[in-house]
Design a protein around this ligand. Structure first.
Ligand SMILES: Nc1ncnc2c1ncn2[C@@H]1O[C@H](COP(=O)(O)OP(=O)(O)OP(=O)(O)O)[C@@H](O)[C@H]1O
Ligand SMILES: [Mg+2]
Length: 508
């Protein structure tokens, strides 16, 4: 084997009960390249990477992985060994401990010790160095739980980089990052590349392959379909190879006829309930019509998530203004109140808030609306199964059985379960916080179709999205947030990316 191949997967097959996650996969990764890994939800991307990281020991799969000219033989729980071998991985799911500080997380398990106790000064000064090196604007002593998802993701990356990595694996690193943070990450990757570090890069944002990778491997249903230089692909060929068919349009055409205004937010102001001196919303105004899809755009940190979690009764303490549903002033102090009023929220952090990981897929989907299926205090299991099965089919959730536990699903398929759950709850108002994050192009299309159908049936949808094309492709009107307030509303006919950005950055 030539020396410029750092990593060579040879006929790797990995099975789970009822699923062949990897099917005779052979891939070569060249030293110093950024190698993209592309594929639908459940294609096997994360499984392949977990083999490298020692999550799955070498006896649990067939075939060989040659790393630096030698077979990688990681035993059970050899994650530490993988790190020492120079393999660093940033997992798709965040692995930070929320109750610990940034520094404690970065040095977890390798704290600097002096005379038998942890040298905290050293730990925090080294943390500061790492954060400075990657220009991350995060206080070393901040508890991780107080950071937004984007910041958490950056800390996760800094943590992986604090080792001397020869090969860095990033499993959907940008799903929760702002544009500025993505730019920063791309810069870091270029720098690492110039130092000879090899990188494997997984994403569902296809433009990122073209921006950063040298070559791309496409996985489909556990099989490696092709590896080619990125320059030999374009968006269409990438999608075609990935989903196995032609996909012409990204957004299905709906036939929505928004009706009268049913919901109003007037001059809403709110503070952080844990820190009442901190204003999180400072004057939000918008109206929502029956059967309308209202997009909410804005930069990361502009208050979009704070807005919807406040409406949902989960977060901000309202200090002024009001929320009106069907002409009546709403008083919502908990998610239960909101749901009783007919409002549902697909949360941004779906793993943390949306799922019971050790329950079955079926039970998770039907959790939010069990009353639909309970007659005389008994759950009508047939009806539950039928409804959940239909929804699972609609969203093409990839699983051997709906009775399987949610944590056996791939990341994107877990997301689909949360979405299925709230779509099935048939609320009057459905709020979706970044609904297609981490979801492949084919499944996105299915979610858009379901959103259209719900809106046509009269459900009003509020959709937060950082993807401007998605906002423009799906919304009837767009509210743009800037620094905690609604800076303007655009009708879809007049909306453009430039106008949205002007409002989002506060120029307009
Ligand atoms: N621990 C597990 N137990 C059972 N099945 C699993 C387990 N982990 C993964 N699978 C299955 O293996 C297949 C591949 O999953 P994997 O997580 O590798 O997909 P992925 O390509 O990373 O998808 P995504 O884009 O959604 O993250 C899926 O069908 C998944 O359900
Ligand atoms: Mg994955």
């Amino acid at each position: 084997m030539s020396n410029d191949i750092i990593l060579d997967f040879q006929n790797v097959t990995k099975k789970f009960p009822g699923v062949v996650a990897l099917d005779d996969v052979s891939i070569q990764v060249r030293r110093g390249e950024i190698h993209g890994l592309c594929g639908e939800n459940g294609a096997g991307k994360s499984t392949l990477m977990k083999i490298l990281a020692g999550v799955y020991p070498y006896r649990s799969y067939e075939g060989k992985v040659i790393y630096e000219g030698q077979e990688l033989k990681l035993e059970d729980r050899a994650i530490r060994q993988a790190i020492e071998d120079g393999i660093a991985i940033v997992y798709q799911e965040l692995t930070l401990v929320p109750g610990m500080t940034v520094g404690e997380n970065i040095f977890l398990g390798k704290e600097p010790v002096e005379n038998g106790s942890i040298n905290w000064n050293k730990l925090y000064s080294e943390t500061r160095e790492i954060l400075n090196k990657y220009k991350l604007d995060v206080p070393p002593q901040a508890e991780v739980r107080t950071l937004g998802v984007g910041k958490m993701q950056m800390v996760e990356i800094a943590k992986a980089l604090s080792e001397n990595a020869k090969i860095l694996i990033l499993d959907e690193p940008t799903s929760a990052l702002s544009k500025a943070e993505i730019d920063k990450l791309m810069e870091i990757l270029e720098t690492l590349k110039s130092h000879g570090v090899t990188c494997i890069y997984i994403t569902h944002k296809l433009d990122e392959f073209f921006r950063i990778t040298d070559s791309v491997t496409i996985l489909r249903d556990g099989k490696a379909i092709t590896t080619q230089p990125t320059a030999d692909f374009n968006q269409e060929s990438l999608v075609r190879n990935m989903v196995g068919r032609e996909m012409k349009e990204r957004f299905p055409k709906g036939n929505r006829q928004p009706g009268e205004v049913i919901f109003k937010v007037e001059n809403l102001q709110a503070v952080d309930p844990n820190e009442p001196s901190r204003k999180v919303l400072s004057g939000v105004n918008f109206e929502l019509k029956r059967g309308e899809i209202l997009g909410i755009a804005g930069l990361m940190g502009s208050g979009r998530t704070e807005l919807v979690t406040t409406i949902f009764g989960e977060y901000g303490k309202i200090t002024e203004g009001q929320i009106i549903l069907n002409g009546e002033k709403l008083r919502i102090t908990s998610a239960r109140d909101a749901m009783q009023a007919g409002i549902s929220l697909v949360p941004e952090d779906r793993k943390g808030q949306g799922l019971v990981l050790i329950q079955s897929i079926l039970r998770n989907i039907s959790l939010a609306h069990l009353n639909q299926f309970s007659a005389f205090f008994r759950i009508d299991q047939d009806a539950e199964l039928a409804a959940a099965t239909q929804q699972g089919k609609n969203l093409s959730i990839k699983t051997s059985s709906l009775q399987a536990q949610v944590d056996s699903l791939s990341g994107g398929n877990q997301q689909k379960v949360v979405i299925a759950k709230w779509l099935l709850a048939k609320p009057k108002i459905l709020i979706m916080d970044d609904p297609t994050r981490g979801i492949d192009v084919g499944a996105k299309y299915e979610i858009y179709k379901l959103m259209n159908e719900l809106a046509e049936e009269g459900v009003s949808i509020i959709m937060i999205s950082s993807d401007l094309e998605e906002v423009l492709g799906m919304s009837d009107r767009i509210v743009v947030m800037h620094a905690g307030h609604s800076n303007g509303t655009l009708n879809i006919a007049e909306a453009t990316q430039e106008k949205i950005m002007a409002l989002a950055t506060g120029i307009a």
